[in-house]
Design a protein around this ligand. Structure first.
Ligand code: NAP
Length: 412
């Protein structure tokens, strides 16, 4: 059935999980269960989803009686095909995506169903692009990965800086730097499980290691070179910001997605465009000490998670699937990112991306919900294919996200 005539506009698959529940809560708060938006929650376990409806009704004070439940199990291909055929958009929070997500991408690509998710699993995205790009182009399915904290602030932030540089000065930014000024939040069990699963695959598969380390690994196959190199792990002094910096843990995925956006936008940012991310740590000796400690700490954490015995000790203390930061922590959380764009002729623009909730869950669930709404309702410039947020949803997200508490602003 054509996408426009489907029974639902959006189905949230994985609604019983930590982030899926927050996404459902957001759509319920914004649109109700039986208001203008035709949407449903989905998962593999009907009892859990029935219980979720009751809990959401209690928490939000909105009736959920009219909210439909669909069943989709990653082990049951027919259930995924049936689910994909009933909605314009499937919004998936079922991860680790490399473990549970491939069947749904196939079902969406073949049935012309739009899709958005929260994956940061580069190797899996690479596999999905290779396997399903042709089917998505043929069916018209617009498939958009990375619609959470990784990578919307970076990808839409870079898109915003390019748009503003062109509007004000008629040229593109040949370089953009993103610097993390601050953030507060925590991790969920699902995120930790996804990171561990990716490290396990990297340990035995050199192809996965390459996908994770090569700076242009998400670009189309014949376009995987450019001026940027892989992120380093050492502290460094950033003369443009006047501070010491440490590596940013999300840079590995964010930078690759921004570069893929440039390629998919037919190099609107230029063929020599450079992009990097880091965390600002302050100036002087104190800044250096913090940058060095953070760099060593990040490397040690990654090393410990890769080693069996240390990992088992850590695993018992970390959140398990279904768990994540408390409501208080999410509401007290925030993120604050600085952007600096420079054009070939030396024009400089400063920008800021800010979120009013913790990045990983409070803000992510709103960014994902709004991405699904863009796919369901907004006029988009792209047809079927596997896209990035900026290449498919750039203008639509810039119009929607400020009302959802994620702002993109120029500073000068
Ligand atoms: N990009 C970002 O910024 C960002 C932020 C947050 C999360 N994430 C990612 O989002 C994903 C979800 O994280 P989370 O913390 O919400 O995870 P979670 O709480 O563990 O939830 C996982 C969901 O997947 C469902 N599921 C598991 N196996 C399934 C199967 N075989 N078939 C159908 N459904 C299945 C679970 O259903 P049951 O309840 O029935 O077990 C649950 O609804 C992770 O990959 C995480 O890395 C990314």
């Amino acid at each position: 059935m054509p996408e426009q005539e489907r029974e639902f506009e959006i189905v949230v698959w994985g609604a019983s999980g930590f982030t899926g529940r927050l996404t459902a809560e957001y759509l319920l708060a914004e649109h109700g269960a039986s208001g203008g938006l035709r949407w449903a929650i989905a998962g593999r376990n009907r009892e859990k989803l029935e219980a979720l409806k009751d809990e959401l009704a209690q928490e939000t004070g909105s009736s959920t009686d009219a909210l439909p439940i669909l069943i989709g199990d990653s082990d049951d291909e027919a259930s995924l095909v049936a689910m994909a055929g009933r909605s314009r958009v499937i919004c998936s929070t079922v991860g680790p995506y490399a473990k549970y997500g491939s069947g749904l991408i196939k079902a969406c690509a073949e049935s012309g169903t739009a899709y958005c998710d929260l994956t940061g699993e580069v190797h899996w995205m690479q596999r999905m692009i290779e396997a399903h790009q042709d089917a998505a182009v043929a069916s018209g399915a617009r498939i958009v990965f990375n619609c959470g904290f990784d990578c919307i602030p970076s990808d839409i932030g870079a898109y915003f800086m390019q748009r503003e540089m062109k509007r004000l000065h008629g040229e593109a930014c040949s370089q953009i730097q993103l610097r993390v000024k601050g953030f507060s939040g925590g991790a969920s069990g699902g995120t930790i499980a996804s990171m561990l699963a990716m490290m396990d695959e990297a340990a035995v598969d050199p192809g996965v290691r390459r996908a994770m380390s090569e700076p242009y690994s998400l670009n189309p196959k014949d376009q995987q070179t450019g001026p940027d190199s892989a992120e380093g792990m050492a502290p460094s002094y950033d003369a443009d910001f006047g501070e010491w910096t440490a590596p940013f843990v999300m840079a590995g995925i964010n930078t690759k997605v921004v570069r893929r956006s440039n390629a998919l936008l037919e190099y609107a940012y230029g063929k020599t465009f450079r992009y990097d991310e880091a965390v600002l740590m302050g100036s002087g000796v104190g800044g250096f000490a913090k940058a060095a400690a953070t760099s060593v700490g990040s490397a040690a954490t990654l090393g410990a998670m890769a080693l069996g015995p240390l990992r088992r000790v850590a695993a018992g203390r970390l959140p398990q699937p279904g768990q994540g930061p408390s409501k208080e922590k999410r509401e007290a959380g925030y993120f604050d990112l600085a952007l600096r764009g420079v054009s070939d002729s030396g024009r400089v623009l400063h920008g800021r991306v800010r979120g009013d909730r913790d990045p990983g869950y409070g803000a992510t669930s709103k960014m994902l919900g709004e991405s699904a709404l863009c796919l369901a309702r907004d006029p988009l410039a792209v047809e079927g294919g596997l896209w990035t947020p900026a290449s498919a949803l750039g203008e639509a997200l810039l119009a929607r996200l400020p009302q959802a508490g994620v702002s993109f602003e120029l500073e000068d």
